[in-house]
Design a protein around this ligand. Structure first.
Ligand code: AR6
Length: 169
């Protein structure tokens, strides 16, 4: 798998799938979640409501998929990151699960390109360095014959700097 770093808005990325840093309600929110629902339109929310009716809330670390609606991406994989609460071990495992489960779901859909935001590093206050390290480790350790390219989309300068450094190593 090739790994790429982009600074910008994930809603503009033309990948087979973009990942959303959602919350367990799946009903939208602020940050990247708000942007994805705003740009993608009502189809995404309607599908999220269907998923909720079928399986209930989405647990932390798990992932579900909808179509991308009006987005350039075909699919949106919604995953729920952990809220940082100083329990580094538990939080790290849950954040790693977000990346792992999103990649597994992507493989099951035969997805070749997938873009990730910096899950949990906004409202959920996960330390950015640690979150970046977990993200890069999980992607590097995920061996796939299906996924060809993973794009890390950093929205803020701090994350961009962190990812640049991590990917140079
Ligand atoms: N494109 C790419 N990255 C973005 C964008 C964008 N358009 N907008 C923000 N980011 P956050 P969380 C970055 O808060 O911490 C929501 O309300 C942002 O700079 O979106 O996982 C949900 O509904 C940060 O680095 O998600 C949940 O309730 C990263 O995306 C809660 O926030 C994640 O920030 C989830 O919190």
């Amino acid at each position: 798998m090739k790994i790429k770093l982009i600074k910008g808005d994930i809603t503009k990325i033309k990948a087979d799938a973009i990942v959303n840093a959602a919350n367990s309600s799946l009903l939208g929110g602020g940050g990247v979640d708000g942007a994805i629902h705003r740009e993608g339109g009502k189809q995404i929310l309607d599908e999220c409501i269907e998923i909720r009716n079928r399986q209930g809330k989405c647990k932390t670390g798990e992932a579900v998929v909808t179509f991308g609606g009006n987005l350039p991406a075909k699919y949106v994989i919604h995953t729920v990151g952990p809220v940082w609460n100083d329990n580094e071990e538990k939080g790290s495992k849950l954040l790693a699960n977000c990346y792992k489960n999103s990649l597994k779901l992507a493989e099951s859909l035969n997805i070749k390109t997938i873009a990730f935001p910096n899950i949990s590093t906004g409202v959920y206050r996960f330390p950015k360095e640690l979150a970046g390290k977990i993200a890069v480790d999980e992607v590097k350790n995920f061996k796939s014959d299906i996924i060809e390219k993973v794009i890390f989309v950093c929205f803020d300068d701090e994350n961009e700097k962190i990812y640049k450094k991590l990917l140079e190593e």
